[in-house]
Design a protein around this ligand. Structure first.
Ligand code: 3HC
Length: 688
């Protein structure tokens, strides 16, 4: 913690890489320096600044689940507020969570233009617990407070200034501007704690503000108490004096920390960062440039990928040999951008800027100089091999050649290029401009530099990368198959599609499996099974109901009937489907019985976890937490449960194994993973 005195101002510099998290050493150091400045007769004012171009990214997340040692954030803000020498927070880089709360203890805040501010605690299943809900609400009012604290979004200095979260944006050097500010403006009376704006803020909102907020978000807030507690704390800030409000906040913070969602979301925070690290690749391997990207195939996926690329300011060329596909694609992209502007998720200027980054081409020669090509054509190995042969002819030797396949063998595609080291899978999830997951598939000969480039590209376009070995279904779809298969057997044994969907939704999935299949359309999978001649009498053949529905012309939502019947988009359970199911059970000699929702969930989850354990022991995924990241960001697994592998650990691997073994005694399709057996016997958790 640096301490220098300039123009009678003590400059306290927080320098604790990588992000100046407010762990015990930082809090203790800052408290010591604040006391030093208070006692220093040469000092009339104090500036707190981050030493490495960053203010403070929040509490140290690793410490959150332990008892706090030493000075607390509450001690620091209380000391700052009571200081007769004005304190200014000078914000560069990030002021997030506890970092912003620290700044709210100062008498004034000034930020550099590029600074980012926010309360991301909600993403960790908690709320601002260092006075943020009370001081923040007093400063910016309940609407802005609710917006920032419930979304966790980061805002820029201009927006922070507009809502009075900060007092000034620095014009030029932040440090000098902050020293200036101490001398010019601040008096302790201006601090957020004394800014008694409660009365005004009451009038600023409609009477039903909090009730409306809670009602309209009831579904979204399921499974975690943090959003409800945030709303209660903001309400308390309008009602209670500061000291009482702080006590209210403290109790709410404690309740959030003790709720299971907090541990799950902290697990995901570190899991996402771990997933970005590839074992075995030396740090000296530097990614190649990805400043221009070609997307081959102007279908739904190609459009989504082009938008994901262009949204981050990278030039995207959408290539399709069919001009009609290109003009449809452009129409589609323009509609999607207009919808984003109407929804308010993009400004008109941002949408226009992104749209201008997308150009189209019909000839391969137009993309030869691109750094990266992403093929998003029809899922047919021969089609893809032809495209890759063309790419190998036209692209620069260092260009990375990627396929968006969700199912095909990357090595078979790479073999068509003569440079398999440059070939990698980039498996986007639909809609590609929205979904966060990017599965990066490593072929047998993919080079380290190609992997490093793919990882860096994923982060650059705001995706969360998870690396997978080239193996059938990679990570996500392989586990999805196990989960879908078990659901299909459950309905043959006595459950029905709407009960399975209901149980999965109650568990926290945004949508049930059968509704999802109906939306995607049932015909493609059915035709592919028929074309491949898959024997329908095998013991693990699960798609009998699916096939029967298709034979009846029920292809899902688009034909008004599938697993459900439809009025427009509204699905209702269909007694006809129950009749078809009964006939299937009879034909297979299965005596139907009833299932409880918890039995359904346990069986489906155990199928997922057992498959996840196979994926791990085969080295298809690097670590269990990568599977969690994939499932939360690509398959709608509820965040507040931390992912399937984390869920399994919390349930106890012994309990999971017992269910897997019970099922395997009933049916040979269940094959207990050797890894799961070993870990359960040792009483251990997943490795890594
Ligand atoms: N505590 C502990 N470690 C942290 C951390 C934190 N608050 N923030 C980041 N880190 C670590 C990361 O785990 C990572 O470690 P690794 O290199 O070993 O994997 C390293 O710092 C760098 O982080 P990123 O890879 O995420 O770096 P980026 O530059 O991409 O992003 C960031 C920077 C936007 C600051 C991002 O790290 C972030 O969002 N951090 C978390 C911010 C947050 O949630 N703050 C609130 C904490 S809770 C709180 O303050 C409670 C309070 O109300 C009492």
């Amino acid at each position: 913690m640096g301490y220098v005195v300039e123009r009678s101002t003590a400059i306290l510099t927080i320098d604790f890489p990588p992000v100046n998290a407010l762990g015990a050493p930082v809090r203790d150091g800052l408290m010591a320096r604040l006391k030093q400045a208070a006692a220093d007769d040469a000092v009339t004012a104090i500036v707190i600044i981050g030493g490495n171009g960053r203010f403070v990214a929040g509490a140290d997340i690793r410490e959150l689940q332990n008892e706090l040692r030493g000075a607390t954030l509450k001690d620091l803000t209380a000391f700052m507020e009571a200081s007769p020498k004005p304190v200014v927070a000078a914000i560069d880089g990030y002021a997030l969570g506890g970092g912003l709360e620290l700044a709210l203890g100062a008498h004034a805040r000034i930020a550099a233009y590029g600074a980012k501010l926010g309360f991301p605690e909600i993403n960790l299943g908690i709320l601002p617990g260092g006075g943020g809900t009370q001081r923040g609400t007093r400063l910016i009012g309940p609407k802005h407070a609710a917006d920032l604290m419930l979304s966790g979004r980061h805002i820029g200095a201009d927006e922070a200034l507009a809502m009075s979260l900060i007092d000034e944006v620095a014009d030029g050097d932040l440090r000098s501007a902050a020293v200036e500010l101490t001398q010019r403006k601040t008096s302790p009376a201006a601090a957020p704690s004394t800014a008694d704006s409660r009365k005004n803020r009451f009038e600023e909102r409609p009477k039903s503000f909090f009730d409306d907020l809670r009602k309209s978000n009831a579904i979204k807030w399921r499974g975690t108490i943090a959003p409800l507690k945030v709303s209660e704390c903001i309400e308390a800030a309008l009602r209670l004096p500061l000291e009482e409000g702080l006590l209210f906040e403290r109790a709410a913070f404690k309740a959030c920390k003790e709720a299971p969602a907090h541990a799950a979301q902290v697990h995901l925070f570190f899991a996402e960062r771990a997933a970005a690290k590839v074992s075995g690749i030396d740090k000296s391997v530097k990614p190649r440039a990805t400043d221009s990207v070609a997307i081959i195939g102007a279908g739904t996926m190609g459009c989504g990928i082009a938008m994901a690329v262009a949204n981050t300011g990278i030039a995207a060329t959408l290539l399709d040999v069919n001009p009609a596909n290109l003009s449809n694609a452009i129409e589609r992209i323009e509609k999607l951008y207009s919808a984003s502007v109407s929804r308010g998720s993009m400004s008109a200027g941002e949408a226009q800027g992104a749209r201008q980054k997308i150009r189209t081409a019909q000839e391969y020669s137009a993309i030869g100089s691109c750094d990266l090509a992403i093929e998003a054509a029809f899922e047919d190995l021969n089609v893809k091999r032809e495209i890759f042969a063309r790419l190998a002819e036209v692209m620069m030797p260092a260009s990375v050649l990627a396929t968006n396949t969700s199912a095909l063998d990357i090595d078979a595609i790479a073999a068509a290029t003569g440079r398999p080291d440059n070939v990698v899978g980039l498996h986007f999830f639909s809609p590609a401009n929205v979904m966060k997951l990017l599965e990066i598939v490593r072929g047998a000969r993919t080079s380290d530099v190609t992997i490093a480039t793919a990882m860096a590209f994923a982060r650059r376009i705001g995706k969360i990368p998870v690396i997978a070995k080239n193996a059938d279904g990679f990570i996500g779809n392989r586990i999805l198959r196990a989960y879908g298969r078990e659901a299909d057997f459950l309905v043959e044994e006595g459950a029905n599609p709407s009960q399975v969907d209901g149980a999965l939704k109650e568990f926290g999935f945004p949508m049930g499996l059968y509704l999802m299949r109906d939306m995607a359309g049932l015909d493609v999978g059915w035709r592919s099974r028929v074309a491949r001649g898959i024997p329908t009498d095998a013991v693990d053949y699960h798609a009998t109901l699916w096939d029967r529905l298709c034979e009846l012309g029920r292809f899902g939502q688009k034909t008004g009937a599938g697993y459900y019947k439809y009025e427009g988009r509204a699905a209702t359970p269909d007694p006809e489907v129950d009749e078809v199911l009964k006939a299937i059970s009879l034909q297979k000699g299965i005596v139907r019985r009833s299932f409880s929702d918890s039995e359904i969930v346990l069986r489906i989850m155990c199928a997922m976890v057992n498959e996840g354990a196979h994926v791990l022991e085969e080295g298809v995924a690097q670590r269990a937490s990568d599977i969690d990241v994939a499932y939360v960001h690509g398959y709608g697994f509820p965040k507040y449960r931390g992912g399937p592998m984390f869920w399994a650990e919390r349930e106890g691997l012994g309990k999971i194994l017992a269910e897997v073994q019970r099922q395997s005694a009933r049916s040979p399709r269940w094959k207990p993973s050797a890894l799961l057996v070993r870990l359960a016997q040792e009483g251990a958790d997943w490795p890594g």
